[in-house]
Write a protein that binds this ligand. Structure first.
Ligand SMILES: Nc1ncnc2c1ncn2[C@@H]1O[C@H](COP(=O)(O)OP(=O)(O)OP(=O)(O)O)[C@@H](O)[C@H]1O
Length: 234
């Protein structure tokens, strides 16, 4: 693998059970790069992301994510892969029976942290990073949608991932809240974390132009800068 790539797929097949969703997928995401993943509903964006975080197996082709080969990845290796990835979904998937701090401490505990003082400090650090202070004792339902998504992003950043995979992270948010979340992703990206973001929101792509990968007709097409200059590509 090219040392500067955090994701590399070569002729990969994205499968749901026995069904091929995407074939001959080849692309790289470089260290610190930001790319969008677009495509109609059902075109395979979530399935591709699931393959990248080893929720779906890679049976055909080659795939490497943060140094882990996806082919024949042993189940006991999956948590180690995911520790180097941050994953953000549209539906926030916080644990609603515990506070913000407990949500984050839970993840630290599950990923091997033991030093209580360091854990507390890390929780403070990631919340500050996403622009949230004074919410540690709150329950998720006491926060707005945008604040909850910030907590999810903080959670994804706990173990300093090399790449964030985001599946429609602004899908449930109002336009002005969406913009704040987008700016946060940009800040995180500017600080060196690669981001692959699935979205239906083309307004965001126009406002924050980056490389675009499009799922279409069972293939993944990498949109070039030339394509970006014409408006029909959307
Ligand atoms: N758990 C599953 N089992 C079998 N097939 C599935 C499963 N999840 C998705 N699929 C199928 O895989 C295809 C791609 O779905 P996927 O969710 O990856 O698309 P998507 O581009 O993320 O769509 P959306 O934009 O609506 O989220 C669809 O035909 C879908 O029906």
């Amino acid at each position: 693998m090219d040392n500067s790539a955090v994701i590399e797929l070569r002729d990969a097949y994205v499968m749901q059970d026995v069904n091929t969703i995407l074939q001959n997928v080849s692309f790289e995401l470089g260290k610190g790069e930001f790319a969008y993943l677009v495509g109609r509903t059902g075109s395979g964006k979530s399935s591709l992301l699931k393959t990248l975080y080893a929720d779906l197996p890679l049976h055909e082709g080659m795939g490497t994510v943060v140094g882990y080969s996806l082919r024949n990845l042993a189940p006991e290796k999956v948590p180690y892969l995911r520790r180097k990835l941050g994953i953000v979904f549209q539906d926030f998937q916080l644990l609603y029976d515990r506070s913000v701090a407990q949500n984050l401490l839970f993840v630290l505990q599950a990923t091997g942290w033991r030093d209580k003082a360091k854990m507390k400090q890390r929780v403070q650090d990631v919340l500050m990073r996403v622009g949230l202070t004074g919410v540690t004792g709150k329950m998720p339902h006491q926060l707005s949608g945008g604040e909850q998504q910030r907590v999810v992003i903080a959670r994804a950043m706990l173990n300093e991932p090399m790449v964030l995979l985001a599946d429609e992270p602004t899908g449930n948010l109002d336009p002005d809240v969406t913009d704040g979340i987008m700016r946060l992703f940009m800040e995180i990206n500017n600080a060196g974390t690669a981001v692959l973001m699935a979205t239906h929101n083309y307004e965001l792509i126009r406002r924050y132009p980056k490389r675009v990968l499009r799922c279409e007709d069972g293939k993944l097409r990498v949109i070039t800068n030339d394509d970006l200059r014409v408006t029909t590509w959307l």
